[in-house]
Ligand binder design. Structure first.
Ligand code: 6R9
Length: 573
């Protein structure tokens, strides 16, 4: 049995009630009372995020701090109200947007992205955010499938939009200097200069569309996941109890809005809670990230295992050059958080890193390490109050404790997706009876903690044993030479599958046969003989999605010489 590291609650969270009490007493109807629509019946996410805060007297409070290298821009909630109203007017004056029309946004992070996105929501449009790194085919597929009527982009990225092949696309709003406008192209900056700061928000119903995120599932075909306005209730609540957002917090979520984390927790949760929200542009480097934490005095920091592993690989000396004393709460999402990383977080930041599990489809946190509960290194935690989870078999029967199976959620949590765009059959295929089946494999221990094992398709069957790749990867990254590891099952005539590991080494280490042998022994002695990789291949880097997930599907395709499938999510910079 692997030793589990436990991290007790400290006095860091004096205001958090304990987890069991919060779960027992939870009632979404009580949370609804926090929103303006509880009184008015009129919904609009952008109103709740921005205007409602101004009305509550937070107009002069910093809403957005944008940092890109040495440039820092700051906007109060009142300024955000004006800017988002102006953006809404620019869109309204140039395109005939009706409630539910799709407006896509394809640009790097900048304050204007947030003005345009919230402005689109004020018009009642459904927003579709795209990663700036998408190439022509990925852009076309998404605009085509969604039938987007308007695209907001920059002059540089416009070159990747096959405008002539997109008949539904009526207007392109270009954000740049010297834009030459015509009957299709709109000059955003000129429009903003001329636009009024007054705008009549289009009121919606709670089930009206909010956001359309395209995500590549394990099969690799991108699908449009639609969320409704009502998702806000869970985003707000989890912002309060999981991100632990408080009035004076300076909050930084490192995710791009092209990924659901960058909208649910990079836009909605912080602003629904009236908190100062930090956006950092430019590329990742340990120096620029620690610099942002120090300069902006960030208090709550939400990032991903891939980033934490890179920071860990950069060495502890870098950390010590920065003053991170303001950071009081750290969270992670996107991939399993290796116990080694949690341990390192305790050593160098003196903070517990709180893992959170959820998906594009779930819209908000579902399984979390609640700030007030004991953390067990490697576990994604327990269900968010108001969410019912279980491990089920392929027929939807609940499995007993400590049995690996499908991680499932009881249908009906507030932020659940409402449809897969133009693909009802796909939507229906997620459900067995009342269970939404996530496609992740996990087990629940006797204390109710959930332990991620891998995507269902990634689970390895070797010599009659089921092994989750995550456990092996986590053991591998404990090895002093290893930076990152991706593990797959490779078909084998005798054993069914064998464990194969793709490994990147820390800078100081060189590949060698001795090192392979040492790594094998390390896993064999530290985990189990059947988990030790029979094959090891060293790589300069691993294939990852733009949100930082190791793409085991691509590793497998390389290994078996299979087609790689849709690679639009692959981060190939
Ligand atoms: C928010 C987000 C969802 C998939 C999910 C799972 C993996 C996310 C995780 C995690 C282990 C965690 N995942 N968080 N695995 N522990 N804390 O990531 O959405 O991009 O749709 O990915 O990511 O496999 O099913 P999305």
């Amino acid at each position: 049995m692997v030793q589990v590291e436990k991290y007790k609650v400290t006095d860091q969270y004096p205001n958090m009630k304990d987890y069991d009490a919060a779960y027992e007493s939870h009632d979404w109807a009580e949370i609804e009372k926090q929103f303006s629509w509880y009184e008015t019946g009129k919904f609009n996410m952008a109103y709740e995020c921005i205007d409602y805060n101004v009305e509550k007297g937070l107009g002069n409070k910093q809403a957005l701090i944008f940092k890109n290298n040495d440039v820092i821009e700051r906007y109060t909630f009142k300024e955000m109200q004006d800017k988002t109203n102006q953006a809404a007017n620019v869109l309204k004056d140039n395109a005939n947007i009706e409630k539910g029309d799709r407006i896509f946004i394809f640009m790097p992070r900048s304050p204007e992205l947030y003005f345009a996105l919230l402005g689109s929501l004020k018009l009642g449009a459904i927003v579709g955010p795209l990663f700036e790194a998408f190439m022509e085919k990925a852009v076309k597929d998404r605009l085509e499938n969604s039938g987007a009527r308007v695209l907001v982009t920059t002059p540089e990225l416009l070159t990747r939009v096959p405008v002539d092949e997109l008949p539904s696309l009526e207007k392109i709003v270009v954000i740049g200097d010297d834009v030459s406008a015509d009957d299709k192209i709109v000059d955003f900056r000129k429009g903003m200069n001329d636009a009024s700061t007054a705008f009549d928000i289009v009121w919606l119903d709670k089930e009206d569309g909010l956001i359309l995120h395209y995500t590549s599932g394990s099969t690799g075909v991108p699908k449009g996941v639609l969320h409704a306005q009502y998702a806000m209730i869970q985003q707000y609540y989890s912002g309060k109890v999981v991100l632990d957002l408080k009035e004076d917090d300076v909050y930084w979520c490192t995710a791009d809005p092209g990924w659901v984390t960058g909208t649910s927790y990079g836009i909605f949760a912080p602003w629904l809670n009236g908190v100062t929200n930090v956006v950092v542009g430019g590329r990742f480097s340990p120096e620029s990230w620690y610099g942002a934490l120090e300069d902006l005095k960030v208090t709550v920091w939400y990032s991903a295992p891939t980033a934490f592993r890179m920071l860990m690989g950069a060495g502890d000396e870098v950390v010590n050059q920065y003053d991170l004393s303001h950071v009081r709460h750290v969270l992670s999402v996107g991939e399993p958080l290796n116990p080694e990383v949690v341990k390192w977080g305790m050593d160098v930041y003196n903070r517990r890193i709180h893992d959170t599990w959820w998906m594009t489809e779930t819209g908000a946190h579902c399984i979390v390490n609640f700030p007030g509960m004991e953390i067990r290194g490697g576990s994604m935690g327990k269900p968010l109050p108001g969410v019912e989870a279980a491990i089920v078999d392929d027929q939807g029967n609940e499995l007993p404790e400590n049995r690996m199976g499908n991680l499932a959620l009881k249908r009906g949590w507030p932020a659940m997706m409402r449809k897969i765009w133009k693909n009802d059959a796909k939507y229906d295929s997620y459900f067995i009876n009342d269970w939404y089946v996530s496609g992740d494999s996990a087990y629940k221990d006797e204390d109710g903690y959930y332990w991620f094992q891998g995507r269902v398709d990634d689970v390895i069957m070797t010599a009659g044993e089921r092994v989750g790749p995550f456990e092996i990867e986590s053991k591998l990254v404990e090895h002093e030479a290893i930076q990152e590891a991706g593990v797959i099952g490779k078909p084998d005539p005798i054993r069914g599958e064998i464990v194969k590991a793709f490994i990147t080494l820390k800078k100081e280490y060189k590949p060698s046969d001795e090192l392979k042998e040492d790594i094998r022994l390390f896993v064999k002695n530290g985990l189990a003989a059947h988990a030790a990789p029979r094959e090891i291949e060293f790589k300069d880097k691993l294939p990852k999605t733009r949100s930082g997930k190791i793409m085991r599907r691509v590793l497998k395709a390389w290994e078996l010489n299979l087609p790689e499938g849709d690679l639009s999510a692959l981060d190939d910079d």
